[in-house]
Design a binder for this molecule. Structure first.
Ligand code: NAG
Ligand code: NAG
Length: 311
């Protein structure tokens, strides 16, 4: 073979392989571009894009049709984890599940991971057609422990043991929440944080971040982006696991220094260092004790006023 022909063959095979790669990526699900579905200018009254260019999802900013078209045929499975022990189960679990059944990722396969301390606490609710309930009981003595520590450690164990092989995206929510309308694929992202309903409208300097220098959750005055709510987080199982692992490390470090900080403070520190790729507006977790300001016209998830399981 002469040199020219060799060169020609090489060129052809390059072009061919490029075509194959392109077809492959087209079939395997190319990333949806933000500009295809996100319309930040529709909501000039609120923050719709962060400094690090992550979208903040408010009603009106996203195109449901484009998102649906992109995600519908991907055979995705979503996970939603709730942890309902003792009084929380009695008070909130049934309403949480009934509303989530109706409004969480409708049209997609969903696995609900429900942890209760007693199987009798499981309300008489059946999963919908594309939904499954996986119910777990807690084996441990719960009374003396920090509730959030128990909850997140438990979720971390389940992610490692099975959840990471079962779902594409995972959300963890507090049980005292009630879905009011659809929460769908607009919320999907690698790492999803939710803006705290109350603190969104306040100044950064007043945020109740951990201010003790020796704590792992410490954020200095003048620093910080937003105050995130710990009642609603999500992402890929791996990203949720990262958050949990950093939180557990932080708790351990604080303990060694004779300190303790809240889960929410650790979560805020985590998202300060590891910026979330998508933010959900306060509409996704509105505390009904606050009269909604004009920016919050469309409450998707309402939070029962009593936030803490025991004061
Ligand atoms: C879709 O996902 C489910 C669960 O992960 C799996 O059992 C099923 O085989 C998948 N179907 C296709 C067509 O890939
Ligand atoms: C910190 O520890 C004290 C004393 O053990 C406890 O009362 C308090 O609830 C703890 N705070 C947090 C945020 O865990």
């Amino acid at each position: 073979m002469n040199f020219q022909r060799k060169k020609m063959l090489l060129m052809i095979s390059c072009v061919l392989s490029l075509m194959v790669v392109e077809r492959y990526s087209r079939n395997q699900g190319e990333e949806l571009q933000l500009s295809e579905w996100f319309r930040p200018r529709r909501r000039p009254d609120v923050i719709t894009t962060t400094d690090w260019l992550a979208p903040v999802i408010w009603e009106g900013t996203f195109n449901r049709r484009v998102l649906g078209k992109h995600y519908r045929n991907r055979n995705l499975t979503m996970g939603l984890a709730v942890f309902a022990i003792s009084r929380i189960a009695d008070q909130y679990l049934e309403r949480f599940l009934e509303s989530a059944k109706k409004h969480f990722m409708t049209g997609y396969r969903v696995v609900f991971y429900i942890t209760v301390d007693d199987l009798d606490k499981m309300p008489d609710v059946d999963p919908g057609p594309l939904q499954t309930f996986q119910v777990f009981t807690l084996q441990e003595e719960i009374w003396w422990q920090d509730f959030d520590l128990l909850r997140m450690r438990n979720l971390g164990e389940h992610i490692v043991q099975h959840i990471q092989g079962e779902v594409d995206f995972l959300f963890s929510m507090a049980t005292n929440q009630i879905f009011q309308s659809d929460v769908g694929v607009e919320t999907l992202g690698a790492s999803v944080a939710q803006l705290h309903a109350w603190w969104y409208f306040k100044s950064t300097k007043d945020f109740p971040y951990e201010r003790r220098r020796r704590s792992a959750a410490y954020i200095p005055y003048g620093k910080g982006d937003f105050y995130y709510d710990s009642a609603f987080v999500g992402g890929t199982p791996q990203q949720v696991l990262n958050l949990i692992e950093e939180y557990l490390k932080g708790v351990l470090q604080d303990k060694q220094n004779g300190l303790n900080s809240s889960y929410e403070n650790h979560l805020n520190k985590y998202f300060f260092l590891n910026k979330p790729t998508k933010l959900l507006s306060p509409e996704y977790n509105w505390d009904v004790t606050f009269y909604p300001p004009p920016q919050v016209q469309f409450v998707k998830v309402a939070q029962h006023p009593k936030r803490r399981p025991w004061p």
